[in-house]
Design a protein around this ligand. Structure first.
Ligand SMILES: [Zn+2]
Length: 88
C-alpha cells in the first residue's frame, strides 16, 4: 500500500499528480522543491499498533508503506537489517 497522493511545490504551492516524473516544480524550476503529500487519514486507518505487532519484518522496510517507494523488487533487494542496505 502506498499513501502518496501527489506532490506540492514548496514555493508556489501548486500540486501535482503522484505520477509526476520530475523532482522539482515544472513552473518554478530547480528551486521549486516538491514535498510529498500523503493521505494521512488512510494511513492512520491501516498502519496501526496491530500492523506493527503482526509485522515480523524488522528491516527498514517495516516502514516501507509509509514511504514513496512502490517497487516490491527494490524492497526485496534491500531487505537486510535496519540500515539502508543499498544494493551494490
Ligand atoms: Zn512551484
Amino acid at each position: 500500500m502506498n499513501y502518496v497522493m501527489g506532490y506540492r511545490c514548496t514555493l508556489c504551492g501548486k500540486e501535482y499528480e503522484a505520477n509526476l516524473m520530475d523532482y522539482t516544480c515544472p513552473a518554478c524550476g530547480p528551486k521549486g522543491i516538491l514535498d510529498v503529500v500523503y493521505d494521512y487519514s488512510q494511513m492512520k486507518r491501516q498502519i496501526t499498533r496491530e500492523y506493527f505487532r503482526d509485522n515480523k519484518n524488522f528491516s527498514m522496510w517495516r516502514y516501507g508503506p509509509m514511504t514513496t517507494v512502490m517497487q516490491n523488487s527494490l524492497l526485496e533487494r534491500t531487505a537486510g537489517g535496519l540500515d539502508p542496505g543499498l544494493p551494490g
